[in-house]
Ligand binder design. Structure first.
Ligand code: NDP
Length: 481
């Protein structure tokens, strides 16, 4: 049983949410031409937080035109050193406002404040600092003596790490000399709108960053806009494929960061306590709304029972509840749609013969919640072993030899990440070479750093974000990945 903590809620008074938000186009907020607004809610309470503008075709046209003007007249003509000053300024403002942004992210997304405060926000600032450092050094990045920007970047991001995905996209685009039109996800627009305010505060020239809110249709209009030079998308494989079809035959440069079904492979010589923490972090961090989540646990058969017993013991200590409480480990599921998807897939797991287990935990009466869940008796044919659940649900399989672990780990249409837990360095290197995954963690999981490239193979997409490799996605050069 968890220790009986006293509640320690973070105050939300630091956040000032307006009753409605317009579109951030050309450096200022404007009403949508449609006059339509949609609600964004707190998924932990279902409270309406604000109403947000729905951008239509005329608004998308205006945003792309503003980005084009800013590119032609200002940003592409500015020296890297001057661009860096703006990006450094943005990074510092994010640090200064990080508590406010963390609370806002938790309210709109449902993730625990512990994660938005200690993981998302430090990484957001780090991405801007890192890329600000590149802006005046692009000739040393390995892309030739004078690499050129692309022009206007259309960027569409998901709801699982709203501000972090914005940072992964906006920071390299600006550092490389491009201007941006970004569409955040329908359920999590508020931190992107706060970022618009930060752009104003930083004195960023009007039109360099434009934020348009709306649903999937707004995203479609943006990526299909003929005056866009670059499309960057993070989200589902299904929408990624639709975008790839729409962009095919145009001159637009494309990067896609899509789903995953990562194997977290634990050998019987692994340090068990660290491995259990790594398994928990791998799948229950951010309610499992993580594209690189370690959603398939591969346990070496010789110690599977012992490892499962430790894992279950650890899961009984996780605290599910108010995301603003600093003790909370598992927050709210981001939307009722996502909750239904998790419920449907977990029901299929039981129907197909897998065994479900969750610790006893009280589920709040309002909002969207799903307890941490473990499935055993899972076969590779089960849907819960093949499809991305995007929730706090772990499917456990076993293996006997390293070869069998590799075969099972690679038996997926995805190829984003993998984890290996063993004390043998040679085995780590051998396994990492066999993994068909863009990122392989050894004796750790879910470690992110702006200097390290992130991206996938196969149906997990292509192109890299972060590191020197990620710059190539925003320069007029051959994509390095
Ligand atoms: P989507 O792929 O639909 O959403 C990602 C972003 O794309 C959102 O901003 C969305 O807008 C936008 N979008 C939707 N349709 C289009 C389109 N035709 N053209 C351009 N942009 C579009 O993901 P969902 O939110 O629907 O989640 C569904 C599943 O996708 C999840 O259950 C999960 O399995 C997976 N997923 C994977 C992510 C990852 O990081 N790999 C991230 C998010 C989801 P809007 O939000 O308004 O619909």
């Amino acid at each position: 049983m968890p220790f009986d903590y006293a509640p320690a809620p973070e105050s939300r008074s630091i956040v000032d949410i307006e009753s409605n938000y317009g579109l951030f186009i050309g450096g200022s907020f404007s009403e949508p031409t449609s006059g339509e607004f949609f609600k964004t809610i707190n998924p932990a309470t279902e409270e309406v937080l604000s109403e947000v503008a729905e951008a239509g075709q005329a608004d998308v046209d205006a945003a792309v035109a503003a980005a084009r003007r800013a590119y032609d007249k200002t940003w592409s003509k500015m020296s890297g050193k001057d661009r860096a000053k703006y990006i450094f300024r943005i990074a510092r403002l994010i640090q200064e406002r990080s508590r406010e942004l963390a609370v806002l992210e938790t309210l709109d997304n449902g993730k625990p404040i512990r994660e938005s405060r200690d993981a998302d926000l430090p990484l957001v600032a780090a991405h801007f600092f890192y890329h600000a450092g590149w802006a005046d050094k692009l000739e040393f990045a390995g892309y030739g003596p004078d690499p050129k920007s692309l022009g206007v970047a259309a960027q569409v991001i998901p709801w699982n790490f709203p501000l972090l995905m914005l940072a992964w996209k906006v920071a390299p685009a600006l550092a490389c000399g491009n201007t941006v039109v970004l569409k955040p996800a329908e359920t999590t627009p508020l931190t992107a709108l706060a970022f618009a305010d930060i752009c104003q505060q930083a004195g960023l020239p009007p039109g360099v960053v434009n934020i348009i809110t709306g649903a999937g249709e707004t995203g479609r209009m943006l990526v299909e806009h003929p005056d866009v030079d670059k499309v960057a998308f993070t989200g589902s494989t299904e929408v990624g494929k639709a975008i790839q079809r729409a962009v095919a035959g145009t001159k637009k440069k494309l990067s896609l960061e899509l789903g995953g079904k990562a194997a977290n492979i634990v050998f019987d010589d692994a340090p068990i306590d660290q491995a259990i923490e790594g398994i928990v972090n791998g799948i229950y961090f951010n309610q499992g709304h993580v594209c690189c989540a370690g959603s398939r646990l591969l346990l070496q058969e010789s110690f599977a029972d012992e490892a499962l017993a430790s894992l279950k013991r650890r899961l009984t200590t996780l605290r599910l509840g108010d995301p603003l409480d600093k003790n909370t480990d598992i927050g709210a599921i981001n939307s009722s749609t996502q909750l239904s998807k998790i419920e449907e897939l977990t029901a299929s797991g039981e129907a197909e013969g897998a065994e479900r287990w969750s610790p006893t935990c009280a589920i709040p009466d309002t909002g969207f919640w799903f307890p941490p869940t473990v499935f055993t008796n899972v076969t590779q044919a089960h849907r819960i072993a093949r499809e991305e659940i995007f929730g706090p649900v772990l499917s456990v399989l076993t293996f006997r030899t390293p070869e069998e672990a590799v075969a099972k780990a690679n038996n997926t249409p995805f190829g984003l990440s993998a984890g290996i837990w063993t004390e043998k360095g040679s085995r780590i290197l051998w396994m990492a070479n066999q993994m068909r995954a863009g990122i392989v963690w050894a004796n750790t999981f879910n470690r992110f750093d702006p200097t390290s490239p992130f991206g996938g193979f196969k149906e997990s997409g292509f192109g890299r974000e972060g590191g020197v490799q990620g710059l190539g996605a925003y320069l007029n050069v051959e994509d390095p990945s």
